[in-house]
Design a protein around this ligand. Structure first.
Ligand code: FAD
Length: 801
């Protein structure tokens, strides 16, 4: 062991070993892995070793596919067998909704270019797995590249390949303490103290404690998980080929062959947390006591699915713990505010995701950005609120329990809610508001009559007419929307303007004006679709998506300069917006200020009733609109003032479901759909906001290269789809005569234009208005065509009136 390394990776499970491997492979050789006990001594040794294709996040699914391909590479590089059994695998659907969902999921695979999957009938499923009963199965999805590996062999293969690339592995050495220094970290271990520029928390079951060593509370908890291994089963032994992996979603089980018997794993609905503060330091290579009573219901289903189990002897029970984040995806990346501290933990399926996690993290550390869009597993997708123990207990428990339970796109799950509520929340609830959650905050989705209950569905829901009426009210009269769910950052200081000018690719607005501003990463890809406000008094605001608050703040802090202060106003400021042709008339009644003089994209200070407000004249709905910001404590009064003033003007409160429909009618993109860190300005049309005359801004070189190169590989278009009872939602493939030419970024119904709409990234050759295409909507192919952007009010007259 040396006294200094560039990187110390803490933890010798599959994830730490993969991070080490990728760092060394990509060129950082001065790296070591420190393991408390022996490699695999956490969750990794007793995993079932299975790898599946499915993930709800297509970007994570892409990284899973990378991991599967990598396994044979590390085997070859290290000379250590990973015990590969590429048996193929299937996921079964046992209800009509699940079958519909699986068919949609299959299409998403096509969108992301994973071609070795296909849909299968129950009969085919039975042929592929003869010991399985197909009773109740409506269909399945088959993937060639599913199977299982030997877990210990795989960890040793990662570590062996890392060592061949120059990395060091140090076992039997616990990290005891981490101290942040000016130039990195002091890593105090049982075998001595090391200095490192970077540390990686890959401590698995102990990630919580290794976080606390640096003053970080990670939203992660271990939960217990069962599988059983049988003795030899004659019917299995008699098969002429190995059985495939089977995931029976309605049965809560997964199954694979184990020697001449079976391994049956169970996602217990009655979940159980284990050591929420992290495993004990003396926890060895051991298991938890099995609890067959707790899993009786799932076991019964499993035995019905595989009748041969009735007579099989159980050779071994495995009840072990592994870790979960609130949404079940890993926590990866640089921890905000802790320079040189990186996370690679909460990896629920380390053998499936570990390769992708290691690759992305190594790229991030070496190049400053990962190649893939890894927002879905970025540690900064959570804020401080998620460190609350009750929040972690509820959300991780909900994720585990629902691991195989279908979640509908219009379903609002209860865990960790309600947490933060804007002050007018209760008054809005009394007015019928139905809520969803964004980050920690409750957001109004729509306003329904008493007794209304929305039914979970993959198609248009029974809330459709309510949302339609809200859209009509906005376009006809005026709508009132709680906009507490936008982020607001205040930028001040003598160098605020110069700094913002370098951070944003657009021109900055003049005093009393607002402007849309793309923010780019150094690689020229998008980092934000922001709005900049110049309040004219030396104060600037940056507004964006509320749920990106911590993510954006990390980026700002990483680039902050002398003479600039940036503050997240998310706990101080809230607001309402008025949108619709009568918005001005309503606002005029509340203020002495000359609101008529406020131009489109203007901003200023106005008294609104008793409230000292800040107003920006813009609207995501594409109408004459005003966003009125106030102090948190003024929220109730602001709502009351605006509703009273609007009483004679047909004012109606509306929610974010209507806003999503209204913005689609204007072809206004939103983050996580049309705009992500995987896309470029050229692809998304964001380039029209870039000020090419500026000599310096983050990402300029790359943006110029895109502009002056061959043009983007895909461009954003608006589609009209001949849909019947459902609309596109995102990642559905777009086809031209049987060839995949793009994918949907988001979709929905335009209640005013009366069209099923979608935005999509398509090959430029198929982007011309009028091009006939087709799109899969909930698994059914529908004709679609490219239409001009902004099907509602294409000239933008409504916004500018
Ligand atoms: C019953 C069961 C079945 C599973 N089946 C599958 C499956 O089929 N497929 C799949 O992909 N996943 C499966 N998993 C999940 C899988 O085991 C985990 O995702 C994976 O092991 C996580 O790896 P890790 O490296 O993050 O953590 P761990 O394996 O827990 O490794 C962390 C390591 O860090 C070390 N460490 C901790 N603190 C310190 C310190 N202070 N100093 C030095 N070293 C330290 C520990 O000793 C440990 O070796 C299963 C899990 C269980 C429990």
């Amino acid at each position: 062991m040396k006294s200094h390394y560039r990187v110390v990776v803490i933890g010798g499970g599959v994830v730490g070993a993969s991070v080490l491997y990728h760092l060394a492979k990509f060129g950082w050789k001065d790296v070591c892995l420190i393991e408390r006990s022996v490699l695999t001594a956490g969750s990794s040794w007793h995993a079932a070793g299975g790898f599946h294709a499915l993930n709800a996040d297509p970007n994570v699914a892409g990284l899973q596919a990378y991991t599967i391909d990598l396994l044979s590479e590390i085997e070859a590089e290290s000379g250590q067998s990973v015990g590969m059994h590429m048996t193929g695998g299937m996921t079964l659907a046992g209800t009509q909704d699940r079958w519909d969902w699986l068919q949609s999921a299959y299409r998403v695979f096509q969108s992301i270019g994973i071609e070795d999957v296909r849909l299968i009938t129950p009969e085919e499923a039975g042929e592929l797995c003869p010991v399985m009963s197909t009773h109740g199965i409506l269909g399945g999805m088959w993937a060639d590249r599913e199977g299982y590996i030997d877990t210990t062999g795989t960890v040793h293969a990662y570590a062996g390949a890392a060592k061949k690339n120059g990395a060091e592995v140090i076992e039997h050495n616990r990290v005891l303490e981490l101290n942040q220094m000016a130039d990195g970290w002091e890593v105090v271990t049982e075998k001595g103290t090391i200095r490192a520029e970077h540390v990686v928390n890959a401590a698995g079951l102990w990630a919580k404690q290794v976080g606390r060593m640096a003053g970080i509370e990670l939203p992660v908890s271990p939960l217990a998980h069962h599988y059983l291994l049988t003795e030899t089963i004659p019917e299995v032994a008699a098969l002429d080929r190995e059985m495939p992996l089977v995931v029976d979603l309605e049965g809560f089980t997964y199954m694979r062959q184990d020697q001449k018997g079976m391994l049956l794993g169970i996602y217990e609905v009655d979940h159980k947390h284990w050591m929420m503060d992290g495993a004990p330091w003396n926890y060895g290579i051991e298991l938890l006591q099995e609890e067959p009573d707790r899993i009786e219901k799932e076991l019964t289903l499993g035995f019905e699915r595989y009748p041969v189990l009735q007579n099989a002897g159980v050779k071994n029970w495995v009840n072990g713990a592994f870790t979960f984040s609130p949404d079940g995806n890993p926590l990866v990346g640089p921890v905000p505010g802790k320079r040189g501290y990186w996370c690679a933990c909460a990896v629920m399926a380390g053998f499936l995701q570990g390769g992708g996690v290691g690759k992305s993290l190594a790229e991030w550390m070496i190049h400053g950005e990962p190649e893939a869009d890894v927002y879905g597993m970025d540690v900064a997708r959570y804020g401080e609120f998620a460190a609350n123990k009750q929040y972690i207990r509820e959300t991780t428990g909900q994720f585990y329990t629902r691991r195989f339970v279908m979640t509908y796109p219009n379903e609002q799950l209860p865990a960790g809610r309600p947490l933060k509520m804007a002050p007018a929340h209760d008054a809005m609830t009394a007015a019928g508001a139905r809520w969803g959650a964004g980050w920690d905050l409750e957001l109004p989705l729509y306003f329904a009559p008493e007794g209304f209950e929305e039914k979970p569905t993959l198609r248009r829901s029974n809330a459709f007419p309510i949302v339609a009426e809200e859209c009509r009210a906005v376009r006809r009269d005026v709508g009132l929307l709680d906009i507490s769910g936008f982020s607001r950052f205040e930028v001040t200081g003598p160098d605020a303007e110069g700094w913002l000018d370098r951070m944003m690719a657009s021109r900055l607005p003049g005093p009393g004006r607002a402007r849309l501003a793309p923010m780019l990463g150094h690689d020229g890809r998008l980092k934000g679709d922001l709005t900049i406000f110049n309040w004219g008094d030396g104060t600037w605001w940056v507004m964006g998506s509320y749920y990106l608050r911590a993510w954006h703040m990390r980026w700002f802090r990483d680039h902050i300069e002398e003479g600039v202060n940036i503050r997240d106003l998310g706990e101080e400021m809230v607001g309402f917006s008025l949108a619709g042709p009568k918005a001005r008339r309503v606002l005029e009644k509340t203020t002495d200020g000359d609101i008529t003089a406020l131009p489109f994209m203007g901003c200023g200070h106005f008294d609104v009733g008793l409230i000292r407000g800040r107003i920006g004249r813009l609207s995501v709905a594409g109408e004459l609109g005003y966003e009125i910001h106030c102090r948190m404590g003024d929220h109730i009064a602001l709502r009351r003032t605006l509703l009273e003033a609007g009483a004679g003007e047909g004012i109606r409160e509306y929610g974010f479901n209507a806003l999503l429909s209204l913005r689609l009618e204007k072809s206004f993109g939103i983050w996580s759909a049309e705009f992500t860190q995987g896309y470029t300005p050229g692809m998304t049309g964001m380039d029209r906001w870039i000020d090419w005359r500026k000599s310096d801004f983050v990402g300029r070189q790359a943006a110029l290269a895109e502009r002056d190169g061959n043009g983007p590989a895909q461009v954003l278009v608006t589609l009209e789809i001949d849909a019947a009872d459902a609309d596109a939602s995102g990642f559905e493939p777009v086809w031209k005569e049987g060839r995949r030419v793009g994918f949907v970024t988001s979709g929905g119904y335009g209640h005013i234009v009366e069209k099923s709409l979608a935005m999509a990234l398509v090959d430029p050759a198929h982007a011309a208005v009028g091009t006939e295409l087709s799109v899969h909507v909930v698994g059914v192919e529908r004709p679609a065509r490219v239409i001009p952007a902004s099907p509602y009010d294409p000239d933008g007259k409504a916004m500018r009136q």
